[in-house]
Design a protein around this ligand. Structure first.
Ligand SMILES: Nc1ncnc2c1ncn2[C@@H]1O[C@H](COP(=O)(O)OP(=O)(O)OP(=O)(O)O)[C@@H](O)[C@H]1O
Ligand SMILES: [Mg+2]
Length: 392
C-alpha cells in the first residue's frame, strides 16, 4: 500500500494538492483513500462533496474520510477518554471541558496513522493520501524517531501537570481516580500500534512525504525547517510542490512587481532544496474548488505521469553522528572540494557555496551553536562536519 503524506504551512494548498492527487490516482484505477486530518476540514469543500468521520465513497475508486477526533475518542479510546474525564471531574472541571481536555494536540494525526494500519491490514486500498494539519505537532509526530511513546508521554505528562496544579490550588491531594486495567490495556494497545506506525512511516519503498509551499518568504523558511527535521529523523521527503506560482503573463505594475519578487523566491527555493524534485502549480484565476479545477491542478503538477510513482526513495539530505562528530550529508553532484566555502546564514542556517552552486540549509536546534569543522566530499554528497558544544 502506497502512503503519500502532504505537509506544509497553513493555507499553502495542501488540501487542494492532496485532493487533486487523489482524483488522479482514482482515475488511474488505484483504489484510493484520502484522509483529512485538519480539524478545520476543507476537503469536503475542495472535492465539493459532503464528507464525514466515516468513510464516504466519492466516486469510483475514491473514498474519503474527514477525521473527527471527538468521534475517534468516543468510539475507540473511550476507556482513556472516560478516565481523563473522570480525573478532570475529580478536580472540579466541568464535564464538557473535561472531554475536550482528553484530546491532546496532535492526536488527530495519531488516529489517522491508526487508520493507515487498519487500511494496510484490510488490503482495501492501493493508495492512501493524508492531508495533514499545519501544526508543529503533526511535524513532530511525523519526524520523531520514537513515536511509540508519544501519546503515553503526553498523557502522563498531562496527568502529572494536573496533579501538581491540584496540589497547588487545593493544597492537598483530593481523590484522584487511578487508571483501571482497561485504561492501562488501551494504553498498551496504543503503544503496540505506534510501533507498527513507525515501521510504516520509515518504509521508503511505500511511504513518502511531499512538502507543499508557496513562493513566499515565510512558507519557504518554515518548509526548510520541516525538511531538516524530517531528514534528521530519516523520513523520505520525496518532492516539493510549489503552489500558487504566478503565471508569467500577469498584467499591471503591481503584479509585475510580484512576479519579480517571486523569481527571487524561486531562486531561494532552489538554493534550499536542490536536488529535491520540485513540481509547480500555477495560481488559478478562478477559485480552486470542485472536480474540474482539481483536475487542472493535477495536470499542472503531474502532467500525464502517475502520481503514485515515487521520485526518490531517500531524501537528498541526511544526518549521521560518528565519534562525537555530527555530519550533514547533502547530495551535491559535481563539486570540487577546493571550491567549497561554508558560512553561517540567518535564521540558524548554514550556507554552502561550491563554485556557482549555493545551498542554504536550516540547522536543527542541536547544531545551532555547534562548531563547524569543515567539509569533505564523498563523490556523491558533500559532508559538513559539526562538533556540538558541551551544553547542546
Ligand atoms: N493554485 C491555486 N490557485 C488558486 N487558488 C488556490 C490554489 N491552491 C490553493 N488555492 C486556494 O487557496 C486556499 C487554501 O488552499 P488549501 O485549502 O488547499 O490550503 P491548505 O494548505 O490545505 O490550507 P490549511 O492549512 O488551512 O488546511 C483555498 O481557498 C484554495 O481554493
Ligand atoms: Mg487544508
Amino acid at each position: 500500500m502506497r502512503l503519500i503524506i502532504y505537509n506544509g504551512k497553513g493555507g499553502v494548498g495542501k488540501t487542494s494538492v492532496a485532493a487533486a492527487t487523489a482524483r488522479r490516482c482514482a482515475k488511474l484505477g488505484y483504489r484510493t483513500m484520502i484522509m483529512s486530518v485538519d480539524t478545520a476540514h476543507s476537503l469536503s469543500d475542495s472535492l465539493d462533496v459532503k464528507l464525514s468521520s466515516d468513510t464516504v465513497t466519492v466516486e469510483e475508486n475514491l473514498d474519503a474520510l474527514e477525521l473527527n477526533i471527538i468521534h475517534e475518542m468516543r468510539t475507540k479510546w473511550f476507556d482513556i477518554k472516560d478516565y481523563i474525564s473522570a480525573f478532570m471531574l475529580s478536580q472540579g472541571v466541568e464535564d464538557i471541558s473535561a472531554e475536550e481536555m482528553a484530546i491532546l494536540p496532535g492526536m488527530e494525526m495519531v488516529a489517522a496513522l491508526f487508520y493507515v494500519l487498519q487500511f494496510k491490514d484490510s488490503g482495501l486500498y492501493d493508495v492512501v493520501i493524508i492531508d495533514t494539519a499545519p501544526t508543529g505537532e503533526t511535524l513532530r509526530l511525523l519526524s520523531f524517531p520514537d513515536v511509540s511513546n508519544w501519546y503515553i508521554d503526553k498523557l502522563f505528562g498531562l496527568i502529572k501537570r494536573m496533579v501538581s496544579i491540584a496540589r497547588v490550588t487545593v493544597g492537598r491531594m483530593i481523590d484522584v481516580p487511578l487508571p483501571s486495567r482497561e485504561v492501562m490495556e488501551s494504553i498498551e494497545d496504543i503503544k503496540d500500534n505506534m510501533e507498527r506506525v513507525k515501521e510504516i512511516l520509515e518504509d521508503p519503498e511505500n511511504t513518502t512525504i511531499r512538502l507543499v509551499l508557496n513562493p513566499e518568504r515565510m512558507p519557504i523558511n518554515e518548509t526548510m525547517r520541516s525538511y531538516t527535521y524530517l531528514c534528521l529523523y530519516n523520513k523520505t521527503v520525496e518532492c516539493l510542490i510549489v503552489n500558487k506560482v504566478l503565471p508569467p503573463d500577469v498584467d499591471g505594475n503591481f503584479m509585475k512587481k510580484k512576479l519579480e519578487e517571486q523569481e527571487m523566491y524561486m531562486r531561494m527555493i532552489h538554493e534550499a532544496f536542490d536536488p529535491l524534485k520540485i513540481m509547480y502549480a500555477q495560481q488559478l484565476r478562478t477559485e480552486l474548488r470542485g472536480k474540474e479545477s482539481l483536475d487542472v491542478m493535477a495536470e499542472m503538477i503531474f502532467g500525464d505521469s502517475d502520481p503514485t510513482v515515487s521520485y526518490a526513495k531517500t531524501s537528498p539530505m541526511h544526518f549521521e553522528t560518528e565519534g562525537g562528530i555530527d555530519k550533514l550529508y547533502l547530495k551535491m553532484p559535481f563539486v570540487r572540494i577546493e571550491d567549497i566555502e561554508l558560512f553561517r546564514g540567518n535564521n540558524n542556517s548554514v550556507i554552502i557555496k561550491a563554485g556557482d552552486q549555493k545551498r542554504t540549509v536550516a540547522l536543527p536546534m542541536t547544531l545551532v551553536d555547534a562548531e563547524m569543522l569543515g567539509a569533505e566530499f564523498d563523490g556523491e554528497s558533500l559532508i559538513v562536519k559539526f562538533k556540538r558544544t558541551r551544553n547542546a
